[in-house]
Write a protein that binds this ligand. Structure first.
Ligand code: GLU
Length: 492
């Protein structure tokens, strides 16, 4: 049997470090045994999925050298590899489950379900679907379907007993069926939910092993049940530990840049990134810290994965990257890699029109535009202060702006400008007072090119990292403040 693994990202945001880490382990597991690795795009959530995100995910995974044998861009015998192009397949399978008595139509409206939830919360009852669709007679279902009433298809789930399933690292896991919701499989718009699409595709694509993040453990009972309903063998499951911040909290962009694009822009080498991701919960048999992709594949053993949450520490990554730079690159290679990184026409082209009107000679360029090629600017609290505005107010506004920018879907100049202007107004600041602060935070000086153009070129991750850095330089929010601000922000 050929081992087949996959990575199945949802293109709803920036390419996440966690995706690269899980992809690497799937790839290493497959390659170590001469198997195949597939990339599938899970874009059934049409409201949140974007082609930009998909393109960025593919590009980042490629940059890291995580090559897939089949995928939406390279094709393969089990395509299409984008779930949005497989709609009819899921519909047929959902209907098959209904016919076989494993799933049912449900006509409950969102208002009815809200009401149910309110009732359950008020009466301290377990939250979840109450099986009301199961009480409808076959005739009633037919009549309501025929009249075009909005509906979903849900899976039947036992209400009693315990689900047991095996995890390659954790052994047997037990979850009570009572905790498992009668999951929607097919939505009213005819699109499948993650659970149905994931199971159907893993089966049709011949996936033998599913290595994924531990946040999916609670989904395993639904998946196991679906495999049983269809009469298919379930792939072996392996839930890998989640990456963590140095303070052990779950890696999140509120604390740490999580987008692979940030690390690329910072000038880390792909080999070093991959090496470091390979050390997340796994180690070489001889414990050596520096190893390349092939060495990892040759030595990979899933049983060496330790379940303690692996810490993603930028300082450690930088140290390792330094080793790679010094030990593996000749001076010539160093120059070439720097060119590939950012000293090239692709990166410099949009910068030139911004700086040309402001310089008289080339030697003026770097002092003005060096921040496009650097990491965090060297700034102090004084550089960021504004004599006319209360510093707490300024800090809070910066934090709120940062949160707003974290949610911005399309990183475009007008949209960024609107967010910043609106935030300033919301916080009763003059826009120019906020813009002045952003200017220093992003460019590192009080006199440079337009800050909004600069943010577009630097990209969302580097821009947000600099705003986060500025906030830290200003003293950041204290723990108490962070909680208070968070509440206040939600009411805006
Ligand atoms: N689309 C899911 C994700 O975004 C895939 C989870 C899985 O591997 O089953 O992570």
């Amino acid at each position: 049997m050929t081992i087949r693994t996959r990575i199945a990202p949802s293109p709803t945001g920036d390419p996440h470090l966690g995706t690269a880490y899980i992809a690497l382990f799937n790839l290493a597991f497959a390659r170590q045994q001469g198997g195949e690795f597939i990339l599938r795009i899970e874009d059934t959530d049409q409201e949140r999925s974007t082609p930009e995100s998909e393109a960025a995910i593919l590009e980042s995974l490629r940059w890291l050298g995580l090559d897939w044998d089949e995928g939406p861009d390279v094709g393969g015998p089990h395509g299409p590899y984008r779930q949005s192009e497989r709609g009819d397949i899921y519909k047929d399978y959902a209907q098959q489950l209904v016919r076989d008595g494993h799933a049912f139509y449900c006509f409950a409206t969102p208002e009815e379900l809200d009401e149910l939830r309110r009732h359950q919360t008020e009466n301290k009852l377990p939250i979840g679907y109450d099986g009301r669709g199961l009480t409808l007679s076959a005739e009633e279902v037919q009549t309501r379907l025929a009249s075009g009433e909005a509906h979903v298809i849900r899976m039947k789930v036992p209400r009693e007993g315990t689900c047991k399933f095996n995890d390659m690292l954790r052994g047997e896991i037990e979850i009570d069926w009572a905790q498992v919701d009668m999951q929607v499989l097919l939505k009213n718009d005819g699109m499948p939910t993650y659970h149905l699409a994931n199971v159907v595709d893993d089966h049709l694509m011949g996936i033998t092993h599913v290595l994924r993040g531990e946040e999916w453990i609670n989904s395993a009972p639904k998946h196991q049940l679906l495999y049983a309903y269809f009469g298919w063998d379930m792939p072996l499951l392996c839930h890998l530990p989640l990456l963590r911040n140095p303070d052990k909290s779950k890696l999140s962009k509120r604390k740490n840049p999580t987008s692979i694009l940030y690390y690329q822009r910072m000038g880390y080498l792909a080999e070093a990134m991959l090496n470091y991701l390979g050390r997340m919960g796994w180690s070489m048999p001889d414990e050596r810290e520096k190893f390349d992709r092939q060495e990892m594949f040759d030595n990979f053993d899933i049983q060496r994965v330790s379940l303690g949450g692996p810490i993603f520490d930028q300082e450690k990554l930088s140290w390792l990257n330094g080793l790679w730079l010094r030990e593996d690159l000749s001076d010539m290679a160093f120059m070439q890699r720097m060119q590939e990184w950012a000293v090239n026409t692709d990166y410099l082209a949009p910068i030139v029109p911004l700086i040309k009107p402001r310089v008289e000679k080339f030697s003026d360029v770097l002092p003005l535009a060096g921040f496009f090629l650097s990491g965090m600017p060297e700034i102090s609290a004084e550089d960021l202060a504004n004599a006319k505005v209360d510093s707490d107010q300024l800090r809070k506004t910066l934090q709120f702006t940062l949160w707003q920018l974290e949610g911005l879907r399309h990183w475009e100049k007008d949209a960024i400008f609107d967010v910043c202007k609106t935030m300033a107004q919301c916080m009763e600041l003059k826009p120019k007072d906020l813009f002045g602060l952003l200017f220093v935070a992003i460019t590192g000086s009080a006199n440079s090119v337009s800050v909004f153009d600069a943010m577009v070129i630097l990209g969302p991750d580097m821009s947000r990292a600099r705003l986060r850095h500025a906030l830290t330089v200003m003293g950041g929010p204290s723990k108490k403040e962070a909680k208070r601000w968070d509440k206040e922000y939600r009411t805006l």
